[in-house]
Design a protein around this ligand. Sequence first.
Ligand code: PLP
Length: 313
Amino acid sequence: MGSIAYTLAKAQSTQKEGQPNQPLLMNSVHQVYLNGEFVPAQSATISVFDRGFIFGDGVYEVIPAYGGRLFRFTQHMDRLDRSLTAIGLENPLVRDKWNSVLLKLISQSDDDQSIYLQVTRGVAARDHSFPDSVDCTVFVYAQPLVTPSTKILQEGVAVILAKDNRWQRCDIKAVSLLPNVLLRQQATVSGASEALLVRDGKVTEGAASNVFIVKHGVVVTPPKGPAILPGITRDLIVELATENSIPCREEDIPVGALRGADEVWLCSSTKEILPVTVLDGTQVGAGQPGPAFERMLQLYKHYKDEFRAGRRN
Ligand code: PLP
């Protein structure tokens, strides 16, 4: 139990033949942006020699859009710039162009949406070293944003702890996500929603989320650095706590502090904020979403409403 071989075998045995996700995706994604053009999702193709495909050599962003507005656009674009710089790529589009591409994609629907954008080092003969000159591959699509249900917000989710076996540059939002995929799958086969990762006795983040704990009314999240992705939602939560005089610290979280926390939260652009009520099969705090979570959820919702109405950026 717990070995990757076991978890993968179990996952494969429950998988249906073919590509069950393909029709679902095609139904909700119509036009995509690929290398300068808007094309139907079905006819968007890239080369099998794309370095994103061959090496996972690229970076990405996921940006929510509420009421036709791009949420925290500047922060997402700043992080994209940092990721691109870290892997030695120039941003292929100026910010105004990203803005117009993203707005055009979300204009296809009135729903709140989640935008996925990816930039890879393009098509070249297979060689680990960077090609001399190559055009980046730029791919963007938008799909309806599915935020957590009321039931989940009322009951919370279960997580497991797992060894953080990722590389040392988790601050880069890289498309090479195999460790994160395996860690999340480990959570899934254990009946949990997320794996919280532990490096050197400290909790770093989730496989696809940042983490917060609350103890005696103080909100704590790990500091930024190479061990975590600097989450846009994480930053907003820290901002909202500060604006509303909620004690909040950015400091290391030893595993013992996580286990002894009154509350644990997860956050990401698509999950927003989620309460964790079960950790490795044991109840967290009182076993239900706590008062600090309820307060932060209200602040987050209010912020979103204000954003939707154009009163906040
Ligand atoms: N950490 C990891 C590893 C992630 O993959 C994500 C999002 O997917 C996050 C944190 C949360 O980041 P954000 O709030 O910018 O979505």
